[in-house]
Design a protein around this ligand. Structure first.
Ligand code: 0RA
Length: 390
């Protein structure tokens, strides 16, 4: 990383930064821990935003590089963090604050949550503070933004800007994106500042399985690893891998995808994939995600699937005279391997470990998409549905 630019950024900034001091004071509250998992978490906070850009239809490739000194670089080709004077945020001297600075330093700035017309606004960070959390806990943090043909850069240390937003070059107007480079603060992360290679690989595998078509190039100089993560089949491939080693009841997993409109610019994206084995031992295996975050405690998206599936399969059974009574859900689910993944604006995580989705509209979204898509499947996959019911 380049050396610090000590050009004074103005003491006035410190005021707006008091928020990030809260993150430095109690990092565990924001990233869970300051041990290995916390160091890994700094990556997820930035990566989630880069993946959000892919979800919004901007950029299909992300690069993640871990240098030998523990410095992390994340490159995406999204819209780029907005740059330019903000209409409401002010520096202490009354001049408008740069939006880029505010997004990376103001704890309650909200960033993209408050912006309209930016498509899917679905971030899932632990407390929705994302990249600024990584900024607060890094001794060096450099952001480079390509937007509207310009390349901008700002440097921070421990969440404090140490340079202004500086134009460092120009580029093609179609070349957009964000590059974030940071070095975790060893006074916060006392055990290690180096992220875990195995945790990264597992997470990149999961992220690309949940986002078909997204390519993540991973290079780790410490672990001497270079690996590209890409899943053409996304969720469908994921459910197929879940049943590997067992006898699948049929070859092709079921795959359902659709959208549910909350209002004019808010949508919920719903994706479900499932397959069955023919094991005698009863089981049902579910994995659920909201905004690419695992929700082992389930929540309204999973509830939506269960309610909907029960209704839909019983309709199918009745229509085709396969059984005279309603069939209980536990029989219909026996042998299933199922993944429910949704992307929802303003996700709320509840429960003991904040891993249960609390947005009630998720239930309606999953039910809506299931009803809509299952009509087609009941014809095209008639034989496999009969196998499930039998
Ligand atoms: C705020 C608003 C928008 C995008 C982002 C932040 C953003 C953050 C990160 C962090 C890493 N990569 C990122 N890419 C984007 C919305 C942009 C717009 O509406 O133009």
């Amino acid at each position: 990383m380049s050396e610090n630019n000590n050009a004074q950024y103005g003491v006035d900034q410190i005021d707006s930064l008091s928020g990030l001091q809260a993150v430095r004071k109690r990092p565990g509250m924001y990233i869970g821990s300051t041990s290995q998992a916390g160091v890994n978490h700094l990556i997820w906070e930035v990566l989630d935003n880069s993946v959000d850009e892919f979800v919004a239809g901007c950029g299909t490739e992300i690069e993640l590089i871990i240098n030998s000194d523990g410095c992390v670089k994340i490159v995406d080709h999204g819209r780029g963090i907005p740059v330019g004077p903000h209409s409401k945020w002010k520096n202490a001297d009354g001049t408008p604050m740069n939006t880029l600075t505010g997004i990376l330093t103001k704890l309650h700035a909200g960033g993209k949550f408050n912006q309209e017309g930016s498509g899917y606004k679905c971030s899932g960070g632990l407390h929705g503070i994302g990249t600024k959390c990584t900024n607060a806990l890094s001794v060096e943090f450099i952001v480079t933004v390509k937007r509207e043909g310009n390349i901008w850069q700002q440097k921070f240390s421990k969440g404090n800007p140490i340079t202004d937003v500086v134009k460092i070059g120009t580029c093609d107007v179609n070349d957009t994106g964000t590059i974030i480079e940071y070095l975790p603060d060893e006074t916060i992360f006392k055990q290690t500042i180096k992220p875990s290679d195995s945790a990264i690989k597992a997470r990149l595998d999961e992220i690309t399985s949940l986002n078909a078509g997204l390519k993540i190039i991973y290079k780790n100089e410490i672990a001497k690893v270079e690996k590209t993560f890409f899943q053409k089949d996304g969720l469908k491939g994921y459910s197929k891998r879940m049943v590997s080693g067992k006898n699948a009841l049929f070859n092709e997993p079921f795959y359902i995808k659709g959208q549910y409109k909350i209002n004019d610019d808010k949508y919920v994206l719903v994706e479900v994939s499932f397959i069955y084995d023919d094991d005698d031992k009863p089981h049902e295996t579910f994995k659920s995600f909201a905004n690419n975050i695992n929700t082992p405690e389930g929540g309204y998206h999973l509830q939506g699937f269960r309610d909907s599936y029960k209704k839909i399969l019983n309709d199918f059974i009745e229509k085709n005279n396969l059984h005279k009574d309603q069939v209980e859900l536990r029989y219909l689910l026996d042998g299933i391997y199922c993944i429910v993944s949704i992307k929802i604006p303003e996700a709320e995580f509840e429960g003991q470990t904040k891993s249960k989705l609390g947005n009630e509209e998720a239930k309606h979204a999953v039910d809506f998409v299931m009803q809509q898509e299952f009509a087609k499947l009941s014809k095209s996959r008639f034989d496999d549905l009969r196998l499930i019911v039998d």
